[in-house]
Design a protein around this ligand. Sequence first.
Ligand code: SAM
Length: 286
Amino acid sequence: MANGVSGRLYVVATPIGNLGDLGGRAREVLSSCALVAAEDTRHSGALLRHLGLSTPLLSVHEHNERQRAPELVERMRNGADVALVSDAGTPAISDPGFDLVCAAVAAGIEVIAVPGPCAAIAALSVAALPTARFAFEGFLPPRGAARRRRLEGLAAEERTLVFYESPHRVREMLDDCAAIFGSVRRAAAARELTKLHEKVYRGTLAELQACAAADADFCRGEIVVLIDGAPPAAADANRDLDRVLAELLAELPLAQAVRLAARVTGARANDAYRRALELQRESLSQ
Ligand code: SAM
């Protein structure tokens, strides 16, 4: 396309395990593009070889994406079509790609989705949890305290929650979820989707904790954890607590505001204290 017409950026989803899931259009685009921008050129090189393709590859990963973006934008401006792929699934979804997409859009380059596998959506489609509204949370912070803070902030979320998690941390994560959301909250864990040892665990958080303890395979391979949303009443109670705390914090010292808010709303003092700190942090960061 070296005729003065700008090239395009194709954002191409690739399989999350089963190579048979690569769509015909993805194959076509990977074959016709001038260049494949890949998170890991060795990994994507193997995929291209499997498809019988020899399209040149350029590495674009989380540490060089920003620096590489101008060079790739220039090549597209000069007419080259570029395909962006990550190691597995959909680029820019807990994977590199966001910066390049933004740079291309800012430069007026057409960005085209070539949709396909995405572990979050695949897991949601088989979890038997409500799908009408969901919140994709990606990876939780790896450290315990930060992870618990993030989960506490989600305790009243009514939409189905979807998390990516490392197999090494999934037991701790389930323990924290059970402690914060309650052990009877429904959940699912989808591991090794589309692969040989694919398995979906469904049950309460307590039942999933028991599976994780009893089944060594639970903590092997790749996993998506999904958690049912909070019942509306919990959401209402938390909203009440927030409203009362916000009013009291504007007038009173923290300890007094927390004591009164807990008394008025019936919330536990610890929950009111934690939420008061979060509200203070949020107002400072605004
Ligand atoms: N961009 C990818 C996508 O669209 O799904 C996600 C990449 S993220 C770095 C990798 C995480 O996705 C894994 O840690 C796991 O949580 C999830 N994942 C990827 N493949 C999976 C599979 N076959 N089964 C279950 N979870 C998977």
